[in-house]
Design a protein around this ligand. Sequence first.
Ligand SMILES: Nc1ncnc2c1ncn2[C@@H]1O[C@H](COP(=O)(O)OP(=O)(O)OP(=O)(O)O)[C@@H](O)[C@H]1O
Ligand SMILES: [Mg+2]
Length: 254
Amino acid sequence: MIVVKIGGSILENVIENNNFYNVLKNINDDIIIVHGGGNYLDNHSDLFNYEKKYVTSPEGIRSRYTDKKTLDIFTMAMNLINNKIVLNLKRSGLKAVSLNGTINARRKEKLIIINEKGRKMVIDGGYTGKITDIDTIPLKNILESGYIPVIPPLAYSNESYLNVDADRAAAYIAGYMKADALILLTNVNGLYINNNIIEKADENYIKSIIKNVGHGMDKKLMASMEAIDYGVKKVIISNPFNDIYNGTVIYNEL
Ligand SMILES: Nc1ncnc2c1ncn2[C@@H]1O[C@H](COP(=O)(O)OP(=O)(O)OP(=O)(O)O)[C@@H](O)[C@H]1O
Ligand SMILES: [Mg+2]
């Protein structure tokens, strides 16, 4: 079984692209699809009447802040994307269903930020979740029926549905399902270090370079190591318009 995560960065290019679905058709294995979509929301902010909110951490890192309204807009956007993917999988002759509800998470209750005056401040954590576990039974049943489950990066706590990082969601799902591979599809051919693509790497190497990697790829490498720690045999970071099996392949040990 393989878990394929479609990055938000390439969503709009693959969503209606027949070649992409042909690649999936040729995979002779059970497939679970997880997708991102932050970019989609940014590119269609008019459609959702959406205005981005940011906070800055004491380390100086700016990130999106998910208040209640942002969460609801995020949820709408993710489910729209999800339906578009399911529609196009069906159109290309693959059997697919949308799946919400399998990712469980805890709400991050507090967040330390730097306010406009440059002072440290504790604010409500908003509606971002830290994944705790995955309900694998519905996933197994869907795969057994011959369908591809298509999963958005939405998780559930007792309080609320929550926004979660899609790379992490895919890593947890791959881990809990004991997948043979996790494929993280994105808009670059893999991990680049000093302008060279890294074709193969083990966990120790990833740990040694992660601090020197830029935004976007850093999260992908964190998620890759989580998946490997959960027992996924390999993680492939690749570009769907190149070759999904070739890019950067990460193993526990080489
Ligand atoms: N060392 C690096 N090698 C390759 N890409 C890097 C590196 N450092 C930073 N990046 C960036 O990481 C990006 C990919 O991650 P990004 O989060 O933007 O996309 P995604 O995960 O496909 O989308 P989403 O997060 O919306 O699901 C690339 O576009 C690239 O600019
Ligand atoms: Mg990303």
